[in-house]
Design a protein around this ligand. Sequence first.
Ligand SMILES: C[S@@+](CC[C@H](N)C(=O)[O-])C[C@H]1O[C@@H](n2cnc3c(N)ncnc32)[C@H](O)[C@@H]1O
Ligand SMILES: [Zn+2]
Ligand SMILES: [Zn+2]
Ligand SMILES: [Zn+2]
Ligand SMILES: [Zn+2]
Length: 377
Amino acid sequence: MQKSIAEGSTSSNMNTVTHKKRRKIIQVEDDMEPIAKPTCPAVQSDNSNSLVKRNSKFHNDNDITRGTEKIKIPLIDEIGLEPPKFLYIPQNISYQDAYVPFSTARISDGDCCLKCTGDCLSRRVPCACSRETGGEFAYTSKGLLREEFLDACIEPKKHDLFYCQDCPLEKAKNDDNPEPCKGHVLRKFIKECWRKCGCTMNCGNRVVQRGPTCKLQVFSTEDKGWAVRSTQYLPKGSFICEYVGEILTNTELYERNKQSQVNERHTYPVLLDADWGSEQGLEDEEALCLDATRFGNVARFINHRCSDSNLIEIPVEIETPHHHYYHIAFFTKRDIDPFEELTWDYGIDFADVEHPIKAFKCQCASPHCRDVRRKGW
Ligand SMILES: C[S@@+](CC[C@H](N)C(=O)[O-])C[C@H]1O[C@@H](n2cnc3c(N)ncnc32)[C@H](O)[C@@H]1O
Ligand SMILES: [Zn+2]
Ligand SMILES: [Zn+2]
Ligand SMILES: [Zn+2]
Ligand SMILES: [Zn+2]
């Protein structure tokens, strides 16, 4: 996904109520209340992580989704970790001020496949819903992301930044005198078939909207708190889950982050900033992000890895062509063995000491870990 708002570095922006496009902001959150230790993990002098709270009891749950997903997602505690404090929600919910209009009227006939029946992927000539992905559907008939599309999403991420004229992120921090935009990652979108399309729910261009289907588990780790793995083999391009949370405006997020500092928690929001660059003066209620701290789905347990993470986050249009609201979906970047931990790169700049949210001490174990503090200084 993109960099978090909290990082204040490259992030994408949101779009306005007008029909302009924009990309979403993803936020990675660190949801946990400080538990045993009073200070936040990032400033502790030892290598411990306050998320890893030992307890004499083992906290297991046979389905953290509370029956809200088609699959059960168990939580397996092998070390006596504090149970997570949050409410599982399978779909995003708007917190307060965020403007998230879903209206079929806003989907023009040319922007959907009214005349399709059955499965759009089985057509000889791809229908209008493949336009966003260059005239070919993003998915294969097996429900995987097409390799070419996936590779293009993985590769350009590092270089392609755009800069807002009027950055919603900077405005949230200081409306009177905002700093220049620090840049947002330019993302490729997937557009799925939506309500106005004539195909069925089983259409191959409806993957993310059908929700997670692979066998996921939340499990306890020694140094990163809870984590996520799959008990089945996952081929490259598999959809894992969406990043679900509360939809906040940038200002609401900024206020929350300030509060988190008081509470010594850190939150890594996911900005829906994928199209901010094309906006001229995005209104605050349209510059959105996702916060999975209090309400979220299984994605809130996926840990960060600085390089070679096995998941990538991709913006997905499901209800509306207007890019100030979209979904963030995780796909596998390569084949993944059963029980391998699933990780993604939060985009954290560990060197940014000015950042309002103190980063955790990274335990990703990658040979290219970006957190120099892990080496002992
Ligand atoms: C989105 S949550 C991931 C789930 C989390 N481990 C939990 O127990 O709820 C992000 C938090 O997990 C921890 N975390 C994630 N990746 C980490 C890493 N590479 N090293 C250390 N801690 C990590 C940090 O405390 C971070 O703030
Ligand atoms: Zn379709
Ligand atoms: Zn910006
Ligand atoms: Zn369609
Ligand atoms: Zn790292």
